[in-house]
Write a protein that binds this ligand. Structure first.
Ligand SMILES: [Zn+2]
Length: 176
């Protein structure tokens, strides 16, 4: 995989993250590419929709790729994720025998701990890991999401206040 190809596939992962953003999910996207350069699995974060933490973008993309290949072994495949995978997803990536992982920004809070390289080698097979591709775009999407979330809360808060005010008004009206 050369740099240009990596950028190409990461853009596809970012497109998935944008879909998540539109659906009010934390914007994380993933794609799986086989050795011929064909995208065999796509996924975006669906934790809110599925009401379950198994709705991570990587899990959805891996499930689709396995279904397509009719095999749980994703040898010679690469996964592109916009954000550093969590420990659960890294475990799945390794167990699925994926050859390489390319991810955008690090996640200090939820990531598997890329900066601690020892964690990366906890299974027999080594996984090639590249970090930092389209990092700015990935972070921008996340920032947009949290900004939107704060804004929604504010609007909701104001709506609640209005309802409360109306309620009070009604009580006052009834009394008089
Ligand atoms: Zn995960």
């Amino acid at each position: 995989m050369d740099g240009k190809k990596d950028v190409f596939y990461m853009q596809k992962a970012l497109r998935q993250a944008q879909i998540a953003l539109k659906k009010n999910e934390v914007p994380v996207g993933a794609v799986i590419v086989n050795k011929d350069g064909q995208v065999i699995g796509r996924g975006y974060n669906k934790v809110e929709k599925l009401k379950c933490q198994t709705g991570h973008a990587e899990i959805i993309a891996i499930k689709k790729a396995c279904k397509k290949l009719k095999d749980w072994r994703l040898e010679d495949c690469w996964i592109y994720v916009t954000l550093e995978p969590c420990l659960m997803c890294l475990g799945l990536i390794k167990l699925s025998r994926i050859k390489g992982l390319v991810f955008g920004s690090c996640s200090n809070e939820f990531g598997f701990g890329y900066k601690n390289i020892k964690v990366c080698n906890f299974y027999k097979k080594n996984l090639i890991i590249k970090q930092g591709l389209k990092e700015v775009e990935s972070i921008k999407l996340l920032k947009n999401f949290f900004k939107k979330l704060r804004l929604n809360r504010k609007v909701k808060g104001e709506a609640e206040k209005t309802v409360l005010r109306k309620g009070r008004k009604e009580i006052v009206t009834k009394k008089s």
